[in-house]
Write a protein that binds this ligand. Structure first.
Ligand SMILES: NC(=O)c1ccc[n+]([C@@H]2O[C@H](COP(=O)([O-])OP(=O)(O)OC[C@H]3O[C@@H](n4cnc5c(N)ncnc54)[C@H](OP(=O)(O)O)[C@@H]3O)[C@@H](O)[C@H]2O)c1
Length: 331
């Protein structure tokens, strides 16, 4: 049946300006790292994209290596676009990345111009797109001169294969250098994608300040710590949870009694605020205006609808913030 997006799709989502750019992003974006590979149920993946779009989540984040197998998330996303979203491309922000191992030999990894240009060409073919909206360098490369990597990003924009560029997993110092180079080249850095959640707070040690000073947006990934910052693991490990269905990046060893105690305390505080822990974890990030969007993953459509409820309350009292810090620091 032909997909008809909801006419209400722009009614509840909030959009935030991404740094100093002309682009606004939905406060919540959807990532395709998990649940979109060939190992997953295609109809569920399709439903996730439809549900997101119906609710104003019009930003979809991919990478060359998402799957498994690597590349299959882009292929499946391409199928979904072709089937359902062909006439809605101009309402969508589609991102992809290169920087991790993708193919054999010296040109399928890291940050050379050779790798980035070839990888984006492959991604566009897999997704059957003419261009992506954002192309990221996925991780810093200690060996390739930063100038070369940034020149490659600039080239890709000038070739019309990406409208904007971003960087991911760069620390504050690396970010300042990259952003400065890109500015000199005339292709400003739109956005930075760091790992940032209540459990991973390195971004607070200088990175967020650099991004604010330089007018670059910020989209934290794994804001729910892959599902740990929800109530799902409080009473055991559900069969349909990432620990069981994937187990590669999140496994039982991450769910220690100490961690569960922290999660339980955070859950109680969330309930006192009238939220679920998943909502509080997202709204805690969104309370900071430097955060342009939070980049969630979802295995079920209901999770997307649930996570959007975080937008109902993104303010915290000083006391609540202090309690959260105390819980996280085990005080
Ligand atoms: N740049 C990078 O290096 C990098 C690295 C990693 C990820 N990313 C990006 O960030 C995106 C998100 O990462 P992530 O998937 O780790 O994000 P996350 O939002 O921290 O975790 C997503 C998982 O949490 C669970 N979940 C989500 N909403 C829930 C809800 N409302 N209630 C209960 N459980 C819920 C689901 O797990 P279950 O399967 O247990 O249901 C879901 O798959 C990725 O898709 C990717 O685009 C980027």
């Amino acid at each position: 049946m032909t997909y008809q997006p909801s006419l209400e799709r722009y009614k509840t989502m909030q959009y935030r300006r991404c740094g100093n750019s002309g682009i606004k992003l939905p406060s919540i974006s959807l990532g395709l790292w998990h649940n979109f590979g060939n190992v997953n149920d295609f109809e569920n993946s399709r439903n996730l994209i439809r549900t997101a779009f119906d609710n104003g989540i019009n930003h979809f984040d991919l990478a060359n290596n998402y799957g498994p197998p690597p590349g299959s998330a882009e292929e499946n996303f391409g199928r979904i676009i072709k089937q359902d979203f062909k006439t809605y491309r101009d309402e969508m922000i589609i991102s992809t990345k290169a920087g991790y191992t993708m193919w054999d030999g010296p040109y399928g990894d890291w940050g050379s111009k050779k790798y980035l240009v070839s990888s984006l060409d492959q991604s566009l073919k897999r997704m059957k797109l003419d261009y992506v909206d954002i192309f990221y360098h996925h991780r810093p490369d200690p060996e390739t001169p930063l100038e070369e990597t940034m020149l490659a990003l600039d080239l890709i924009v000038r070739q019309g294969k990406a409208l904007y560029v971003g960087i991911s997993n760069y620390n504050a110092e690396q970010t300042l250098k990259a952003v400065t180079l890109l500015k000199q080249l005339g292709t400003p850095c739109l956005i930075h994608q760091p790992k940032y959640s209540m459990f991973v707070r390195d971004s607070e040690n200088g990175l967020l300040d650099v991004l604010e000073e330089q007018g670059v947006g910020c989209i934290p990934f794994s804001p729910l710590a892959q599902g740990l910052l929800t109530d799902k693991y409080l009473n055991g490990i559900p069969k349909d949870s990432r620990v069981v269905t994937s187990g590669q990046f999140l496994n039982e060893s991450h769910i220690t009694p100490e961690k569960l105690e922290i999660i339980s305390k955070l859950n109680n505080l969330a309930n006192q605020r009238g939220q679920k822990l998943a909502h509080m974890a997202l709204s805690w990030l969104l309370r900071d205006s430097r955060v342009s969007s939070v980049l969630i993953g979802s295995s079920k459509s209901e999770q997307i609808i649930d996570s959007i409820k975080a937008l109902k309350n993104t303010t915290f009292s000083d006391e609540e913030l202090q309690i959260i810090n105390n819980i996280l620091n085990n005080k």
